[in-house]
Design a protein around this ligand. Sequence first.
Ligand code: FES
Length: 159
Amino acid sequence: SSPSSSSSSSSSSPPTLHFIGMKEDIVRARRVTKLVNGCRDVLVLYHQGQLYGMDMRCYHSGGALQDGDIEEFNGRLCIVCPWHKYKITLAEGEGLYQAVENPTVRPLRTRWCSKGVKQRIHKVTEINGEVFITLNDSSEPTESDVYQTEKYRTVSVNV
Ligand code: FES
């Protein structure tokens, strides 16, 4: 089965917008977490005039991304997981890391590399001051999916 953008037989309903909150509140709080559609914990954050949405728990080991700092690496805005400092690009969910160019050459020189998309990113839409998220329902597995289970949800909610 090949993916196609349209199909005459299947009913392609428009993507569902899930209300997250009022933009002014999100701008003030900078980060908002929410269980969306009873099945997905998401983080919506505001940074430098932009809204971003992603899975709430870090793809590495389920860290609380809502507590991470935002920094720029190699010209790309990332959230830095507070647990083990993994860097995740806000716009794409890519894991960035620094690779040593040549271990035999001193001083060591490093360059930024991407591990590819590791964190599931969700689309954020603003309509008349209200902010919505559209869950990214791509069937492509993303590593952060692992932490979207009842087990992690319960731990988070009960703390
Ligand atoms: Fe995020 Fe380890 S859990 S870096």
